[in-house]
Design a protein around this ligand. Structure first.
Ligand code: TGC
Length: 388
């Protein structure tokens, strides 16, 4: 019953190159073969599939838009397309790729010393080493300038004390990028996680992102050599530049989750008979499907235009806020609406929409909440900052 307009109404595929379409096919196959058959049990049992990490490395998905040091050297649009396919599988898997590539690897790639790059990037690109990125704290979320983690000069070089919260992958990471206040401003530190005084504990009882790991980190007199500091940046511009990369991937990823929710109910509307006819024939069901198609197509165009701007070197952070805010907000609505089409069947893991909607609650909060991105856009439009 599915028509050609049901899958790509505006023929957005015609805007993609052969290379971009090939990559999409490759990542989609990985998701179909390795994620879809297992995601329900990972989600139910709150398991992150760590054995997929090296596979994702060999597919070139880790640090794929970074250059050199065995990284993929792919375009921003290609990175976005991969994020979209991975999040059609599950937001937790896309989050892994974002934390590893866009946050941890990108911090080292943008601001690290030559030694940092050689020591960490090839292993991280291969999936042999895992990285995490510690910015958020128990008392500093939307306002990272309020962080209390401090780095002071010690005998060896630096001593770190403090705490981080909601840090993806920290308990399985080999290296953590920790942002801390120093007398000379906020700096990033490359911290091997076996350094005495570093500990990470997964946060339990999550109702979202269950196939993923987020942790509390404690830093207690963590002694680091002078060379641990990222030499390339001082101040919040450092972590924010990495967040730009992750926020960019999220706007694509959210549309992948939305597309999967839409596609999973489209077939159902033809199969499910009520009042003697398929529910696809009811006007209110058609309206829900049409609203989904409108927003998925618009959101995908937003992501693609943003990606083309990024590849042209013209993308501004305020434009990333447009896509992150719009696409995640719309994706949650689409997944919730898809759940209503499924009726009671939609509350089990047999269908993906509620799992995606639950995951997207985290996605709408991390990397800048709806409120933060609204106010970044408000400042961009009016020229008046509302934060301080
Ligand atoms: P402001 O104090 O004015 O700016 C500080 C400096 O940063 C620069 N800057 C940026 N640079 C690059 N890209 C951006 N997007 C930037 N935004 C700001 C700015 O130019 C300034 O540089 P300089 O050299 O002049 O000092 O800060 P602001 O007023 O611009 O920002 C306020 C606000 C609210 C927008 C900002 O604080 C913000 O974005 N808050 C949200 C923080 C956030 O997204 N946190 C989520 C963290 S995610 C995480 O920790 C891990 S999640 C993944 C996981 O591990 O699972």
């Amino acid at each position: 019953h599915v028509t050609d307009l049901a899958t790509d109404y505006l023929d957005i595929d015609s805007l993609l190159t052969e290379q971009e379409l090939d990559l999409r096919t490759q990542v989609r196959r990985f998701v179909d073969d390795r994620i879809r058959p297992n995601i329900n049990s990972w989600y139910e049992d709150a398991v992150f599939p760590q054995d997929l990490v090296k596979e994702m490395g060999s597919l070139g998905l880790l640090g794929m838009h970074l250059s050199g040091y065995d990284c993929g050297g792919r375009s921003a649009v290609e990175y976005g397309i991969a994020a979209m396919e991975l999040e059609a599988g599950d937001s937790g898997i896309r989050t892994f790729v974002s934390v590893q590539g866009s946050l941890a690897m990108s911090a080292i790639s943008k601001f690290g010393s030559e030694q940092h790059k050689q020591q960490w990037l090839p292993g991280m690109a291969a999936g042999e080493l895992i990285g995490c990125f510690g910015l958020t704290e128990p008392t500093a979320g939307s306002d990272p300038a309020g962080m209390v983690t401090r780095a002071v000069r010690g005998k060896l070089g630096w001593v770190l004390n403090g705490a981080k919260r909601w840090i993806g992958l920290a308990s399985i990471a080999d290296v953590a990028i920790i942002w801390a206040k120093t007398d000379g401003g906020i700096r990033g530190f490359v911290v091997p996680t076996d350094t005495p005084g570093f500990s990470a504990v997964p946060i339990s009882q999550k109702m979202s992102m269950r196939a993923s790991i987020q942790c509390d980190i404690t830093l207690e007199n963590v002694q680091l050599p002078e060379s641990a500091v990222l030499p390339g940046v001082v101040g919040l511009r450092g972590p924010f530049s990495c967040l730009n990369e992750a926020r960019y991937g999220i706007m694509w990823g959210a549309m992948g989750a939305a597309r999967d929710a839409y596609q999973s109910v489209l077939a159902y509307t033809h199969e499910r008979i009520q009042f003697g006819k398929p529910i696809a024939s009811f006007q209110l069901t058609q309206q829900k499907l049409v609203d989904m198609v409108l927003e998925i197509q618009k959101g995908t165009l937003v992501a693609l235009q943003t990606g083309r701007l990024k590849d042209a070197g013209r993308l501004r952070p305020e434009q990333i806020s447009f896509g992150k805010l719009n696409n995640v907000r719309q994706a949650i609505e689409i997944c919730r609406s898809a759940r209503t089409i499924l009726g009671g069947n939609g509350i089990t893991l047999e269908y993906s929409p509620l799992r995606h909607a639950n995951n997207l609650e985290s996605v709408r909060t991390y990397e800048g909440t709806d409120e933060v991105h609204t106010l970044i856009m408000g400042r961009a439009i009016t020229g008046i900052p509302s934060f301080s």
